[in-house]
Design a protein around this ligand. Sequence first.
Ligand code: SF4
Ligand code: SF4
Length: 61
Amino acid sequence: MNNIKKVTDMGICTGCGSCVGCEHIKFKNNELGFPAPIVDENCKNCGECLKKCIYWDAENN
Ligand code: SF4
Ligand code: SF4
């Protein structure tokens, strides 16, 4: 897995929306009512969405 599910799994996603733009990402409200990205099963694991996430960047650089 090389997509923003890494961010949501870590619990550091704020729902900022910066990772929009890929057809394989849809936003849905999570159990707390905040928007969160959901990656579908056809994701190519290219990693482009991770590059857009400043929170992932801050954790891993
Ligand atoms: S860019 Fe990162 S913090 Fe923002 S919605 Fe996407 S995964 Fe969450
Ligand atoms: S195809 Fe690439 S940009 Fe789209 S969700 Fe998968 S890893 Fe992210």
